[in-house]
Design a protein. Structure first.
Length: 302
């Protein structure tokens, strides 16, 4: 038998041996492709989630329209000004909102994820995450409706226009409105000391600031009358200028020129964090009922 001639068994052995190695390579390539596809799919899904809520990985579609509120307006109206949570805590629940600080030390304005304190001395500063809060409402702002309100209208006229644009007066809305105001009047209450006065009496100490030709954002909410006692019935706006140096609770304005651009975000659910310790437990909340004193406080100076 010639030296280079192989037996049939040897040929078969070599063929299947090479085939085994070939099959192993094919399997390895297939596994690698599957791994690549899985990774790519995960990246695509992750990018899709990020595109829905950029920078807010803790947000899901299930809670994007939720409003988070600390305490109630009746509690605030009844002199409960001690902080029950912190700025850092409410930032976990929203990037847009309003409220006040411990002792009524100025107006709280949350916009684009940053919380500001508009103080009675006319200054505005970023709030420290450790600062305490007795009352606030925040949500992650997601625009549902966008429209313009013609210029030249004051706050009361603007609210009437909002009523015509919003779907129902029985729902809750977060409202963001931008414009340049020829004249806007804002206020802030100086820090109160214990024993705390009623809110209606604390407001009597307010500092009022008239801003001329100021460009900025109204940060507000609308609550139906059925939520009286929980929050302020009707519209409630705070303001902060674009340069973040002026702001406060809005009392009135001369209509934004050339128009006020309004974004509205409808609220589907509300979570209220009720204090379970401190003065809230024994307070007589009826003495500051939102159906009475708070309405007169909100409409003061109009």
């Amino acid at each position: 038998m010639p030296m280079d001639q192989k037996l049939p068994e040897e040929k078969n052995s070599m063929f299947y041996g090479n085939g085994g190695r070939l099959a192993s390579h094919i399997i390895a390539i297939a596994v690698a492709l599957i791994i690549i596809l899985v990774i790519a799919g995960g990246v695509i899904i992750n990018d899709a989630v990020k595109s829905q809520a950029p920078g807010l990985s803790n947000i899901t579609n299930d809670n994007a329209d939720d409003l988070y509120q600390v305490s109630t307006i009746d509690a605030l109206s009844s002199s409960l000004y001690d902080g029950v949570t912190s700025v850092g805590e409410i930032q976990q629940h929203g990037d847009f909102g309003s409220g006040t600080f411990e002792g009524l030390d100025g107006e709280l304005i949350a916009l684009d994820g940053t919380v500001y304190q508009a103080r009675s001395d006319g200054t505005v500063r970023k709030a420290d995450p450790a600062m305490k809060i007795p009352f606030a409402m925040v949500k992650f702002f997601r625009q549902d409706t966008l429209f313009d309100i013609p210029g030249g209208k004051n706050l009361s006229d603007t609210e009437q226009d909002l009523n015509r644009h919003l779907p129902s007066e029985n729902l809750i809305y977060a409202i963001k409105a931008r414009g340049t105001f020829p004249d806007i009047t804002v206020r802030a209450i100086p820090k109160q000391e214990k024993p705390y006065p009623l809110l209606v009496d604390a407001v009597a100490q307010e500092s009022i600031l008239h801003l001329k030709n100021s460009t900025g954002t109204l940060v507000g909410f609308y609550f139906p009358s059925s939520f009286s006692g929980v929050n302020v019935p009707g519209y409630h706006f705070h303001y902060i200028s674009d340069d973040r140096t002026k702001g406060g609770h809005v009392l009135d304005f001369t209509g934004a020129e050339p128009a006020l651009t309004v974004s509205a975000d409808q609220v589907s659910e509300i979570t209220i964090s009720i204090p379970t310790t401190g003065d809230f437990i024994s307070a007589n909340l009826s003495k500051g009922s939102a159906s009475g004193s708070i309405i007169s406080i909100e409409t003061k100076s109009r």
